[in-house]
Design a protein around this ligand. Structure first.
Ligand SMILES: Nc1ncnc2c1ncn2[C@@H]1O[C@H](COP(=O)(O)OP(=O)(O)OP(=O)(O)O)[C@@H](O)[C@H]1O
Ligand SMILES: [Mg+2]
Length: 247
């Protein structure tokens, strides 16, 4: 594996009395894409929310670029270069696309000219957003909002982005485009922790994968070997049919 960027050790999290994460340890290297898969309710979202400092009751160690994150506020984690695309997108109602993008730059404090350049650069990459900069963001389609959430996370040029089901609700052609984008980001040196229901896609673009079940890691390996091993491939990709009622 590449030099470690994110090191998670013995992570535990609770919702009230429910012990939802039970000792998760994982690593993400520099310029590495790591997939986190598992059935509904396995604890994937809770894992990234805990890494971002959004779960009150937790224990364990999270080192990011050698810095202990557990004592830091969520905004500090963001400023240290840890981006996050949450499951529920968090597009701010009442704000235009441009204003939502600008929110992604607030913690960077680099001035209006720099912000304008960064937004120009991002709309070159996401032309659909460029056409809608002055539209109220929540009036865009689900797929467009998902693109906006990803664009916003990329704007501050983080070292790593945690992506919680970025392809959810997006048509296949756009999903392929998104996969290309992730590979491009990795080539540019960025690290990604990718939660995906589309396990086959996740394994195709990731370097390594972790399988989470009932708050524990039950399997891990390189994505190439998981895809190559028929039995494991079934076990991982079988998650897809379980999610979608065999449709
Ligand atoms: N705010 C909460 N309060 C109480 N329990 C919660 C809360 N959020 C999640 N849980 C529970 O914690 C467990 C893990 O949930 P989590 O959202 O992390 O799963 P997930 O792997 O992301 O699932 P999905 O694939 O459906 O998104 C589930 O049993 C869920 O019901
Ligand atoms: Mg989830």
């Amino acid at each position: 594996m590449a030099e470690t960027l994110l090191q998670v050790r013995d992570l535990n999290a609770w919702y009230g009395a429910a012990h939802v994460l039970q000792g998760i340890s994982l690593d993400v290297g520099k310029a590495e894409i790591v997939a986190l898969v598992g059935r509904n309710g396995a604890g994937k979202t809770t894992t990234v929310r805990t890494i971002m400092g959004l779960i009150a009751k937790r224990s364990g160690t999270v080192l990011f670029d050698g810095i202990d994150l557990m004592t830091r506020q969520p905004y500090e984690r963001f400023a240290l270069g840890l981006g996050y695309v949450p499951e529920e997108r968090r597009i701010v109602p009442g704000l235009t696309v441009r204003e939502n993008l600008t929110l992604g730059l607030l913690a960077a404090h680099r001035g209006a000219a720099w912000e304008a350049d960064a937004i120009d650069a991002i709309v070159t990459r996401f032309p659909r957003l460029g056409e809608r900069l002055n539209q109220e963001a929540v009036t865009m389609s689900g797929g467009e909002q998902q693109m906006l959430a990803i664009a916003r996370a990329m704007l501050s040029q983080p070292k790593m982005i945690l992506l919680d089901e970025p392809s959810e609700g997006i048509m296949p052609a756009l999903v392929d485009e998104m996969a290309e984008l992730f590979i491009e980001l990795k080539r540019g040196g960025m690290s990604l922790l990718l939660i995906e229901q589309n396990v086959e896609l996740a394994l195709e673009i990731s370097d390594r994968a972790y399988n989470l079940d009932q708050g524990r890691l039950v399997h891990e390996g390189t994505s190439a070997e998981l895809l190559a091993d028929e039995a494991i491939r079934e076990r991982y990709c079988g998650l897809i049919t379980e999610h979608h009622d065999g449709a």
